[in-house]
Design a protein around this ligand. Structure first.
Ligand code: UT7
Length: 324
């Protein structure tokens, strides 16, 4: 039994925030952002538009593409670090909006790796008897972004992507997943305030501890190393060479990170899906948005060999190999 991706969907808020717009907010330039990151613009949720709103739109599109009714879902997993509320889980709000009457629902927190982690969980659910699982990566990063901090505010964006995984006989589906972590590096990317360690308070607000902080330069180096290592491990586990890949879909954080990894792997950039110029870093949403674009643009066809690779806060890193 394999978990096959039966349909994909994505949704991005309509408001576009360009690098030129950011020039009016912090001491930065379009040139710096493009050269250092590859990002040109990102989408920003409207006031009152929350994580579940984006997730529901992406989820509906994935269900329509799969031809699966919400009422047939066994489980809904939402990977996010920007849920509507600390509790309940955003997945429960999605379950209600979709009318998925017999589905369980919970969130998964693994930052930018959240979607690949959730895919791995869903794969295990299907192998142990579930028929249809909806996996969504959805983020409103703008809600945890400090719009006065040029080190981070130029990087992130909002959006959601989703896949329906269905039980299937045959060779097509998720071939393997690989999940890693190193909590000694937890301070590289962190929202230090607002949780049980430092609950919400006037001090948290005044010191802006409820916003994302990142040691970008150190993260960059670890990202290159971990993405290369896990890609090699995943290729070896599936007994395939890098030349056998039809498409590599990485977490969309920084085009310079990806170019460095591809050079080390010997994978030409034409086989790498890049859309961060239009969305920035949408954390757990970045891979499923890119996956949906690749499917809709015909870059993934039946039989394609597709590898996913992610890294992010935790630190965590993860990969998946899929026969489409
Ligand atoms: O998905 C989560 C994982 N996170 C990531 O993947 C992020 C990984 N890191 C990165 O993508 C890069 O480290 C950044 C894009 C965040 C930064 O690029 P960098 O080449 O590592 O720059 P840097 O942090 O070493 O900073 C270089 C200079 C500094 O100025 P000085 O000290 O050399 O005078 C910064 O203050 O660039 C300055 N700088 C900026 N200048 C204009 C930092 N941010 C900006 C900015 N605009 N927005």
């Amino acid at each position: 039994m394999k978990a096959r991706i039966a349909g994909t969907g994505s949704y991005a808020p309509t408001r576009v925030l360009t690098n030129a717009d950011l020039e009016g907010m912090v001491a930065t330039s379009d040139e710096w952002i493009r050269e250092r990151t590859g990002i040109r613009e990102r989408r920003i949720a409207a006031t009152g538009e929350a994580c579940s709103d984006l997730a529901v739109q992406a989820g509906k599109r994935a269900l329509a593409a799969a031809g699966v009714a919400a009422s047939d879902l066994d489980m809904i997993l939402v990977a996010t670090c920007t849920g509507d509320f600390p509790l309940p889980a955003t997945a429960c709000l999605v379950q209600h909006q979709l009318g998925a009457m017999k589905a369980g629902a919970c969130d998964l927190s693994a930052a930018c790796c959240g979607f690949v982690y959730a895919l791995s969980v869903a794969d295990a659910y299907i192998k142990t008897g579930m028929r249809h699982v909806l996996v969504i990566g959805s983020e409103v990063m703008s809600a945890i972004t400090d719009w006065t901090d040029r080190n981070t505010c130029v990087l992130f964006g909002d959006g959601a992507g989703a896949v329906v995984l269905s039980a299937s006989d045959g060779e097509r589906g998720i071939l393997s997943t690989d999940l890693r972590s190193d909590g000694t590096l937890c301070e590289l990317i962190m929202v230090p305030g607002g949780g049980s360690r430092t609950p919400p308070s006037e001090k948290v607000l005044a010191e802006r501890l409820h916003y994302i902080k990142m040691k970008g330069n150190e993260t960059f180096k670890v990202a290159v190393r971990t993405l290369e290592d896990i890609a090699r491990a995943t290729l070896a586990a599936n007994h395939v060479e890098v030349e056998d890949l039809d498409l590599y879909i990485p977490h969309q954080a920084n085009v310079r990170i990806l170019k460095a990894v591809m050079e080390r792997l010997g994978l030409p950039m034409e086989k790498v899906l890049l859309n961060l110029d239009r969305y920035g870093n949408t954390s757990a949403a970045s891979i499923p948005i890119a996956l949906d674009e690749a499917v809709r643009e015909g870059r993934i066809k039946d039989g394609s060999l597709v590898m996913l690779g992610a890294f992010g806060a935790g630190l965590t890193w993860a990969s998946a190999m899929i026969r489409w």
